[in-house]
Design a protein. Structure first.
Length: 87
């Protein structure tokens, strides 16, 4: 049995291991829990960065499409003017 598991057990006075071992096992369990929390936090940061990058790419594409539409509207206007001038 390792110290992590030993620190979870209920002990009575005559059969209990030294208190330092219990403290060490408890600290190891706390460290494990902290690492799990940090892992989840890192996952959240990666997800946030992914969605943020995706939103920026979509915004850039949308702006490009808006400029393209504006340019095409200008071409249409020029073609209409040219048609009325020749008619």
């Amino acid at each position: 049995m390792n110290l992590r598991e030993a620190s979870r057990l209920e002990y009575s006075a005559p059969a209990s291991p030294p208190i330092e071992q219990l403290y060490l096992g408890a600290l190891q369990r706390i460290a494990d829990a902290t690492e799990l929390m940090a892992k989840r936090y890192d996952e959240l940061l990666r997800d946030r960065d992914y969605w943020k990058r995706l939103a920026a790419e979509n915004d850039a594409a949308c702006q490009g499409q808006s400029k393209r539409n504006a340019a095409l509207q200008g071409v249409i206007t020029k073609m209409k003017k040219a048609r009325t001038e020749t008619a």
